[in-house]
Every structure is written in structure tokens, then in C-alpha cells.
Write a protein that binds this ligand. Structure first.
Ligand code: IMP
Ligand code: MG
Length: 187
């Protein structure tokens, strides 16, 4: 059996969003964000580990303004693949953000609870501005009241993997975004 696929899943996850579609969208987002922040001294990109690492790496290289980069890591209290909504900060930023322009870069917005938590946490530190960019969003699952400024793709309610996204910490290095079939429990 292919060691990259879980038991019962013989084939790689079917493609939902291809490498090429991702590249085109990231390039477009890069142009849009660069234009929106034109004239800003520096933009601090805050990546949320681990899922956003590939998206952040590609997006950062498409921005034409001065940037710096930092990361946060969170842990979800999960039941199987279903996050309970409770989030814990396991690694904080290394730099203060007061008075700085911050763009939070996320891999996926599902219920939106994670984002709501991150927004509260970062806003309390009084950045000059705080905007949110997510690679994917599941509009049908959104319950939290959070506005997202930049969305790569709105996707159906399925468990997606690849391009940083995981199931059980696997599949992150797939170059495309695929759908895990059958859907994991409760996902
Ligand atoms: P939230 O429900 O918006 O708080 O999302 C919680 C977390 O669940 C996300 O940050 C991801 O880590 C994870 N997640 C939700 N849906 C998916 C998916 O389809 N694939 C991979 N991870 C997901
Ligand atoms: Mg995440």
C-alpha cells in the first residue's frame, strides 16, 4: 500500500482545486493585496501553523511591497476530525505588533471559531490595521461572525487536504487541494 494514503484509501485524493488554479489565484491575490497596501512602509504577514505554511510561502513571493513574516501556532481541542471550537495558543509571535500593519494568513475557515479567536487575540495588541487572508473558506459551515478580507476559494462542505491542509497531519505536501473520500468522522 502507498504509505502516503491512509488505510482504505487506495488512490490519492481527487482534485478539487488544481495546482494551476491555485497558482493563478495566489498571483491574483498577491496583486490585489499589493495594490491595497500601496504606500504602506511594511506589512507583517502572520502565518498560522501548520496549515498556512505553503500558502504563505507562495503568497509572500507574489507581494511587491516590503514584508516581514512571523508565525503563530494553535492547537484545537478535537474529537476525531471535528474541532470543538476551543483553541489554545501553543506558539505566540516573536515580535510585537502594536502600530504595525498585520495580515493574518490562514489555510481554511470552517466554523470561523479559530479566526474569531485569532482576531480577538491580535486586536487586543492594537495593530495599526489587521486584515485576514484565507486560502479556503467553507461558507456553508460558517457560524462565527468574522469578516474575511481576502478569500482564495469558497469550497463545498467536504474535508480537503493538500497544499498545507492535512488530515491527521498527513497529505500536507500534496501540490493540489484534494477531497478526502470517504469524509473523516464528523468532518
Ligand atoms: P474553524 O472551524 O474555522 O475554527 O476551523 C478549525 C480548524 O479545523 C482549521 O483551522 C483547520 O485546521 C481545520 N479544518 C477545518 N476544515 C478542514 C478541512 O477541510 N481540511 C483540513 N483542515 C480543516
Ligand atoms: Mg488552521
Amino acid at each position: 500500500m502507498d504509505p502516503t494514503t491512509p488505510e482504505g484509501q487506495a488512490a490519492p485524493p481527487p482534485v478539487l482545486i488544481s495546482e494551476r488554479q491555485i497558482a493563478e489565484r495566489v498571483e491574483h491575490l498577491g496583486r490585489e493585496i499589493s495594490a491595497d497596501y500601496a504606500g504602506v512602509d511594511e506589512l507583517l504577514l502572520v502565518g498560522v501553523l501548520r496549515g498556512a505554511f505553503i500558502f504563505l510561502a507562495d503568497l509572500a513571493r507574489r507581494l511587491t511591497l516590503p514584508t516581514s513574516i512571523d508565525f503563530m501556532a494553535l492547537s484545537h481541542y478535537e474529537h476525531g476530525s471535528t474541532p470543538s471550537g476551543a483553541v489554545r495558543l501553543v506558539m505566540d509571535l516573536r515580535v510585537p505588533i502594536t502600530g504595525r500593519h498585520v495580515l493574518l494568513v490562514e489555510d481554511i475557515v470552517d466554523s470561523g471559531e479559530t479566526l474569531a479567536y485569532l482576531k480577538r487575540t491580535l486586536e487586543a495588541r492594537r495593530p495599526a490595521s489587521l486584515k485576514i487572508c484565507t486560502l479556503t473558506r467553507k461558507p456553508d459551515r460558517l457560524t462565527a461572525d468574522v469578516r474575511v478580507d481576502y478569500v482564495g476559494f469558497d469550497i463545498p462542505d467536504a474535508w480537503v487536504v493538500g497544499y498545507g491542509l492535512d488530515f491527521d497531519n498527513k497529505f500536507r505536501s500534496l501540490p493540489y487541494i484534494g477531497v478526502l473520500e470517504p469524509a473523516p468522522d464528523g468532518g
